[in-house]
Design a binder for this molecule. Structure first.
Ligand SMILES: Nc1ncnc2c1ncn2[C@@H]1O[C@H](COP(=O)(O)OP(=O)(O)OP(=O)(O)O)[C@@H](O)[C@H]1O
Length: 630
């Protein structure tokens, strides 16, 4: 079975060569598919295989436990879902509901075998054009309004022939469908990264927005992963009634669900029961009732049917009759369960690709809005930069070129580099929170990694540049470091690069590591090592032979070298009138710090190369190392 991983625009079905308005309207009115899945099997590598083998050798395995290289999560599952059906996917915890839902929505990578047929045919990459998936968690951008959130999806998912007005009209239609027209301009809200609490929509309203994101493309098939979880019963019922309205228009909706209250249960017109990775029933509520009755589990009066069936299913899964029940269902499916195709085969227009530049533009607009609305971190970093600059200026103010000033000048340079290396730590919470949103949106396949990364980094560049400029500019003005425009500009560029490469290291770690505390631990460890081996505390030619070479892998060393050369090259220093003069020229200082082999040009090129390397690595980490949990 094809798992769809590309990001082509949703050019829609049967639109032929119509004009723009007609095409958009046709897109709006298209509805209705019949989904058939046949012999779906899903396996994953058994991560505990080696451990279990060892246990087996030692005879420590539990009785009956098998050791297998691969775990089969779903076994040979088949079923039909008709146009306009509202399907409850039920089963005890761990039975495989979410896995089946993910596979039906083509969101699972890994080894999936079997067939997924739409109106009787495999439709490959076109599948994602007709379906949408709503996750259990509402991962939304807190600073965006409800309208902006849906418009973002409209911009990235609606066909490119949609005009701006048509996109807005579509979003307004969805707002109406989900009952949030009155909240159009309310912010999503919640706890912003950094701790500020923004007045929020309620949990139910957020869930409606998540569902709305899935409705923007007017899908024929909607998959909802436990849409009522975490909601109170009144809100849950109201949301499910909203979803029911969609099925009245011919949309097929499949929900994984735990134990719905009776009012919600009665809304479904089909139940599919998954037990230990196998489908054992698919049919109406009344059929489920007689199915359990036949198995010896009659549903008592005044009992929540969903609770009763689930309890009975748990019992059944552990009973010796489980295999027999599975075989019975399989036999039923093979003989009479598989329905004839009742709907015509779908045809699709040749897909057009959304350009990376268009994605970048949409993402940049959103990132800029978010930046303006949650600018606390930017201002905190900027004020800290100014404060550090003022303090450095006060401590090292009015430097000259006497022998006593040399150590101080090297000190200012080193501490400026160190502080710019440390300030990105303040934004770890923001980077981690951005990653969570990226993961949710990447799973929905609405954009690619590179345009997303470039858009967020464009905003990050503004922060990096401002902080570097404020911190070093104030210090330079008060401390009187070597001043002429070319040297000041050079120093600014190096400080900017130091700040940028340090930022990219932290962004990269935040993208690659599973948890914030690990990012802190590794990041601070790297910073300490970088600062130790920068060549300030111990000149690089005096480092221990065994690990002294580490300085070569240290971008801070090259930055310090560039700034020292910028400060001391071609410079005559003042000597005392009497006594020894240790450093008559700047070149003597450079020799003492072991950085005399550098020119400004080569040092700049090396620092720039490190910065670019970390920029690329952090993007690679976002695209490859950063994995969603499911
Ligand atoms: N990638 C994987 N590696 C190992 N085990 C997995 C993997 N994916 C799923 N499983 C296992 O497969 C089983 C089914 O998981 P799934 O999440 O589909 O169950 P579920 O019925 O949705 O459960 P719940 O209602 O608790 O969410 C679980 O035992 C889960 O641990």
């Amino acid at each position: 079975m094809m798992i769809n991983n590309n990001n082509k625009v949703d050019d829609m079905i049967e639109l032929g060569s119509m004009g723009t308005t007609q095409r958009a309207n046709s897109f709006d009115t298209f509805k209705g598919v019949q989904l058939t899945f046949k012999n779906i099997t899903y396996t994953v590598p058994n991560k505990k295989y080696q451990k279990q083998l060892q246990k087996q050798k030692k005879g420590e395995l539990e009785a009956g436990q098998k050791v297998e290289k691969e775990l089969t999560i779903l076994k040979n599952i088949s079923g039909n879902i008709e146009k306009g059906e509202f399907v409850a996917l039920m089963g005890p915890s761990g039975s495989g509901k979410s896995t089946l839902l993910d596979i039906l929505a083509q969101r699972k990578s890994g080894t999936v075998t079997g067939q997924l047929l739409v109106n009787g045919k495999e439709i490959g990459d076109n599948y994602k054009k007709i379906c949408s998936y709503v996750t259990q968690e509402d991962t939304l951008l807190q600073t965006a309004t409800v309208f902006e959130t849906l418009k973002f999806y409209a911009d990235l998912r609606l066909p490119s022939y949609y005009t701006e007005e048509q996109k807005i009209a579509r979003v307004d239609q969805v707002l109406d469908d989900i009952g949030l027209s009155k909240k159009r301009d309310s912010k999503i809200g919640g706890v912003l990264p950094g701790g500020i609490v923004l007045k929020a929509l309620s949990g139910g309203e957020k869930r409606r927005v998540s569902i709305g994101c899935g409705l923007v493309t007017n899908p024929s098939l909607i998959f909802l992963d436990e849409p009522t979880s975490g909601l109170d019963s009144v809100t849950a019922l109201s949301i499910m009634k909203t979803v029911l309205q969609l099925t009245k228009r011919g949309v097929t909706v499949v929900c994984s669900i735990h134990q719905p209250r009776p009012e919600i249960w009665s809304l479904f017109n089909k139940v599919m029961l998954v037990l230990k990775g196998k489908l054992v029933f698919s049919g109406t509520d009344a059929q489920l009732n007689s199915y359990f009755e036949d198995l010896g589990y009659p549903c008592p009066h005044n009992t929540n049917p969903a609770d009763f069936y689930l309890d009975s299913a748990v019992e059944l899964a552990d009973s010796p009759r489980y295999d027999e029940v599975c075989e019975k269902w399989q036999h039923y499916w093979e003989t009479e369960g598989c329905r004839d195709v009742a709907l015509p085969e779908l045809t699709f227009e040749k897909p057009q690709s959304i350009s990376q530049f268009y994605m970048y533009n949409v993402l940049l607009r959103r990132a800029a809005r978010d930046f303006v609305r949650n600018s606390g971190n930017f201002f905190a970093r900027s004020f800290t930069g100014i404060a550090i600059g003022l303090l450095f200026g006060a401590c090292f103010g009015g430097l000259g070129i006497g022998q006593g000033d040399i150590q101080k000048i090297a000190g200012v340079i080193f501490f400026l580099v160190s502080s710019l290396n440390l300030t990105p730590f303040t934004a770890i919470a923001i980077f981690i929170s951005q990653r969570a949103l990226f993961n949710a949106e990447r799973a929905a396949k609405i954009y690619n990694t590179v345009p997303y990364y470039l858009a967020t980094m464009t905003m990050e560049f503004i922060v990096i540049f401002t902080v570097a400029f404020l911190c070093t500019g104030v210090t330079y003005a008060i401390a009187h470091l070597r001043w002429n425009f070319a040297r000041f500009l050079y120093a600014m560029l190096i400080y900017f690069l130091v700040h940028a490469l340090s930022d990219f290291i932290i962004v990269g770690l935040s993208n690659a590591m599973p948890k914030m505390d690990i990012v802190f631990s590794i990041g601070s460890g790297v910073s300490v090592i970088y600062q130790l081996f920068a060549g300030f505390f111990v000149p690089v030619d005096q480092l221990p032979k065994a690990f002294g070479w580490l300085y070569r892998l240290n971008p801070l060393h090259y930055s310090v070298a560039a700034l020292m050369v910028n400060e001391f090259e071609d410079r005559q220093l003042e000597c005392p009138e009497t006594g020894l003069c240790q450093f008559p020229t700047g070149q003597d200082v450079l020799v003492a710090y072991g950085v005399d082999g550098w020119t400004r040009g080569t040092a700049f090129a090396v620092v720039l190369s490190w910065t670019m390397l970390f920029f690329v690595l952090s993007c690679v980490a976002l695209g490859t190392l950063n994995k969603e949990k499911r």
